[in-house]
Design a protein around this ligand. Structure first.
Ligand code: AVJ
Length: 322
């Protein structure tokens, strides 16, 4: 396995962003995108099959049921770019429906090398679909895909699994606006969003009784230990999931069980934590159906169609660049 170190470009960015988050005044934070190293990606796969966490199953159900209809909305030929693929398993339904209509190119964009490898293994067998993967940040990868498109070819961007929920609401508008600027009028964005549901159900989904989500969260500290030669003592932190009613988001934190000092040797910083102080690691915002069209419009998209799952409220929205 290739170990990323601060000597590489990705390693530098990781070190800089992690230091910035841990040394900012007030609430300490770690960027949620770093949850997905090889161990974190495997733990998320486990979360996605937990009975308490219905999000991934809802996403898959919608794509499996409506893939032909979704594809029928698109102008062809189309190249598919996916922002964050995870295992790529749910994308199969869309790619198979597309392959039946026309051979196409699929460009997964991932900062996680292990997720990209998983996705190639999962989807490499679909005839008529050629895979060109990009390892990197979403917008940088998407700009590269857009720069390589041929005349008359449309782009379909997939942003599934409610990853958009990890952005604060204003940042979500800004991000989709940046996606829009890379696209041309008439290109599409299929956006998956988790919808509001009872708080008790959310808390169970983000603090499961097996402790898989706790392990997923704590692994972020283990990763920082591995990659930045830090000395986080994992037993001195507890997973915390709480609902933020003002933001309509579920937050994950790591709570320090005692006053302690931690060094990140490869980054050259030391920090202190008070007893019960938390490091905020993720927010997962929940949407009302009406929020999505507003968000889309503010970012320069019209909404062509929406599909809802009623077992675990979740929406897929097909947005068209206006
Ligand atoms: C993959 C970002 C959609 O926010 O629900 C799962 C990640 N965090 N359990 C989410 C996650 C805790 C997940 N997303």
């Amino acid at each position: 396995m290739l170990q990323q170190s601060p000597r590489t470009a990705t390693g530098n960015r990781l070190a800089a962003e992690i230091c910035a988050g841990l040394t900012r005044p007030g609430q300490k934070e770690l960027p949620s995108k770093y949850l997905y190293d090889e161990v974190g990606s495997a733990l998320f796969e486990a979360i996605s099959v937990l009975p308490e966490y219905g999000l991934t199953r809802a996403d898959v159900r919608l794509l499996r049921t409506h893939a032909p209809e979704i594809i029928a909305h698109l102008p062809l030929p189309v190249t598919v770019a996916e922002l964050g693929t995870g295992s790529g398993r749910k994308t199969r339904w869309l790619l198979e429906a597309l392959a039946r209509r026309r051979p196409s190119c699929y460009c997964p964009i991932e900062i996680s090398r292990s997720a990209l490898a998983m996705c190639r293994r999962e989807l490499g067998d679909i005839d008529e679909i050629s895979i060109v993967g990009y390892e990197g940040e979403y917008l940088e990868g998407l700009a590269q895909v857009a720069a390589r498109r041929r005349d008359g070819e449309h782009l379909l961007v997939l942003f599934l699994g409610s990853t958009i929920g990890n952005f604060e609401r204003p940042a979500a508008v800004k991000f989709l606006g940046e996606v829009r600027r890379i696209l041309r009028t008439g290109d599409s964005l299929l956006l998956g969003t988790d919808l509001e549901k009872p708080v008790a159900q959310l808390l169970a989904a983000y603090d499961d009784p097996l402790g898989i989500t706790a392990a997923f969260n704590l692994n972020l500290l283990a990763r920082v230990n591995r990659e930045l030669d830090a000395d986080f003592e994992l037993t001195r932190f507890r997973h915390l999931a709480r609902y933020n009613p003002a933001a309509r988001s579920i937050e994950m934190h790591l709570r320090s069980t005692c006053a302690q000092r931690v060094s990140l040797r490869a980054a050259g910083i030391t920090l202190t934590l008070r007893e019960d102080e938390t490091i905020w690691t993720e927010s997962s915002h929940k949407y009302a159906p009406g929020d999505i069209t507003g968000l889309a419009a503010a970012a320069g998209f019209g909404c062509a169609a929406q599909w809802f799952d009623h077992e675990w409220p979740f929406a897929e929205s097909l947005l068209i660049a206006a």
